[in-house]
Write a protein that binds this ligand. Sequence first.
Ligand code: ANZ
Length: 958
Amino acid sequence: MKKYDHKKIEKKWQEIWLKAGAEKIDKDDKNKEKFYILDMFPYPSGTGLHMGHTESYTASDVIYRFKKLQGFNVLHPQGFDSFGLPAENYAIKTGINPAKTTKENMENYIRQMQSLGFAYDFSEQAVTSSPEYYKWTQWIFGEFFKAGLVYKKTSKTNWCKSCQTVIANEQVVEGKCERCGTEIEQREVPSWFFKITEFAQELIDDLDKVDWPEYTKKNQRNWIGRSEGTTVKFQIKKTKLKKPNNQNSIEVFTTRVDTIFGCTYVVVAPEHEILDGIEDDKVKEYLEKAKNKTEMERMEAKEKTGVMIDGLVAINPFNNEEVPVFVADYVIGSYGTGAVMAVPAHDERDFEFAKKYNLSIRQSIAPLFIGEGKNKVREDKPNESRRSVDVIIKHWEEDKYFCLDWKLNDWKSFVVGGIEDGENFEEAAIREAMEESGYKNMRAMRQVGGEIRSRFYAAHKEVNRTDLIRNCFLIELIDGEYAEPQKEHTKNHVGSWIKKEDVADFITLPELKKYWEIYINEDSAFVEDGIVIESGKFTGLSSEEAREKMTAWLEENKLGERKINYRLRDWSISRQRYWGCPIPIVYSPEGEAQLISKEHLPWKLPLDVDFVPTGVSPLAKSEELKKRVEDIFGKGWVAEYDTLDTFVDSSWYFLRYPDANNNDEFCSKKRLNHWLPVDVYIGGAEHTYMHLLFARFFTKALNKLGYLDFDEPFLKLRHQGMVLDKNGDKMSKSKGNVINPDDMVERFGADSVRSYMLFVAPLEDAVMWNEDNIIGVVRFLEKVWKIFYGKELVDCGGGCEGMPKELPIVLHKTIKKVTEDIESFNFNTAISQMMIFINEFSKHDRLPKAGMEKFLILLAPFAPHITEEIWQEVLGHKDSIFLEKWPEFNEAMTRDDEIELVVQINGKVRDKMMVKAEISEEEAKKVVLESEKIKKYTEGKEIKKIIFVKGKLVSMVI
Ligand code: ANZ
């Protein structure tokens, strides 16, 4: 028998396919239905294709081949995201132009992809650094510019002093430059922006239209961060301050206007305009310090800092109360209105700040506990409000607390009791503590938390408590002096001392659990919704009602309004870098920006530049560019020297593929309408935020401008899992555990690498790459080889006499499973089923040829080389296996011939048994009644009724 020599076979077919142009399609073929399967194109790095690419590109190649066999006209393109920093950094080190290294790297990638049997048509690529491609990146920039979707503004960015350049947020690691370790500064740098925020709501809403992983959608929604709130104007009291910048009010943005009666101060961001030109030294010093922090650092800072602005007083419009104003960098200038009303009782950040600076904390929302079940408020009973105290009593020596166990219900509580006439909460707490515990000497230490409300039906009084207003106090015993409490106080419960660590589990009432939690955590803000208290005419409303009514009141009085805010910022696209797409802008001698018109596109990246960073964009050093601009536009005109963020390049590449060599348009309308949107997109989950969001923005903007007829680019999206080493560690250069696909292909063959990749785990799960285990897949392919070379394949033309009856059943089940599993991206179970097929068929010496051919087609998408070899060499076909038709299955044959019959007696499942699927009613009843298990129940009983549900159930009533 001929040996399975993967090296020889794979090389042979790769050459034949390439020569035949097997990967090419007629993009205008209207006879077949289209299918567009897309990969996230790679950045061509010096280290070559990695295992993550190998996995996702294998998955897409399988889908491509599968769909093609199903008769679709399949577009399965590839390209290169070839602008970017690594090539430039390499150029800085070596002086070699990035164009050269990039070209070499791309050639290597193509070689690698071909060696894995990926069928891409590299004559129609999207290569973002090629002028033919970036001409259209520039043209799109221009269309956005004309439509007002691009603007220039000066803003703070990360600046590395040593590299002399702006760097992206992702390149800042713990406040330092990823490359050189220098502390990053914030510098004001002029930059171009895309107005992605104009699409914020659509970017949220349209996620409902696409079939994407739920977590990816959730991440996008969070990233866009819609929040509904209210703006409120706080008037400024006439002030001694020289310059409150002519403003007479500070406008704040809040999502919790219901808490406003608890506002005890106002905070403005360091960037707030009210501070412009302020002369207070303390404030000026603070602003200086805040300057150098990134927004991220400010938001995440453990310790909040700030200073009071002397002489500035704001007035709360709801109660006319005067509150101080602070500047603090935990408030961000670019979000909301850059100012907040601080409510320390209900906001964590404000709480921390108030504690630190000793500012007052005032509760305006009470947690509400609502009775359930028999404690639920009853419509037909009267309502009554009452006040009560909950008392946490601490032992005089030990770390124990006095708790009650109620005999009547399953309540376990602290000492609790009502307030009597003329008493305040604290007095009531002491009285109750004495009466119920019997201890004599105690002192009230402090109030624990704030007011809590309970709303429930009090059965013993036949009234609804709406609301029971509670307060909680901590009381410490001074000594153990004790006298048996009076019976009337203790008839319903017994008291006992509970160790501190057991209290949380002991207490059963939720209100008291809450107080205990507050006590243990030494107070914190109550941030949830509840009942509004101490809030004038709004008192008693729920938080939600109060937000409605308060906002309406503000709108009526022109003191504020409803507002929706998004976290999403406009996208800063300028980079002071060389290896990127030049921004097609020139400046007039007066400094006015002008778009470079289409006739001058592509606006080429100059070649005569020095890469060594000096703080000026490298393009500024090109003589050629300077001359080019002056020749076209005249003396005194200068080019824009920044280049575009590489995410711009990759935001539209999927639109290019259907018409990749078109010189007149980025893609013809005809091809766009035929091929897009993309049917399936596969790539890493690390692109959840940026790339996927930016590509959606481009699609929406181009749709708005009339260039596209659709508004979502990717109908179905799947992420591949990570490829880890065999210990489950991430592969990284520093750990030395990186695996190169070339070595794997060399050792095991492309077909084995592909199949193993998809066999080890479902696509979205992590793959642990273990060379010891790939052998299992290699053996499987060897078995396939052997079965075709070693067994007698019989052309039985429908008859197949003498062949085992179960074979067609296994075949049809396999066709069904592989078909459905590929559709649902469960490649691993598709492969398992094919392994089962081979094991079953290997048991016999004579096999039906037609069935074996069908199997081979099922395997072909996974292992294209070995199947093509067998198809043509053993089975003698003249044409490629990929020109065949995907086999169909006979549903009837796939049904299991045994089913599980459930037996119920009086509605309870008493037995389950395997029976023939076609079992008749009579037979089924007979089998059931003979079962030993069932006999135990039926013996000596009258069977009143037996029901039979075919294929499922026998149910009897006895
Ligand atoms: C008062 C308040 C009371 C707030 C309360 C919360 C709880 P999201 O949901 O993220 O939109 N805020 C507003 N502008 C801010 C800024 N520029 N920098 C930092 N914080 C800002 O958050 C909205 C809440 O974040 C707002 O509601 C405001 O604090 C704060 F019990 O106002 B809130």
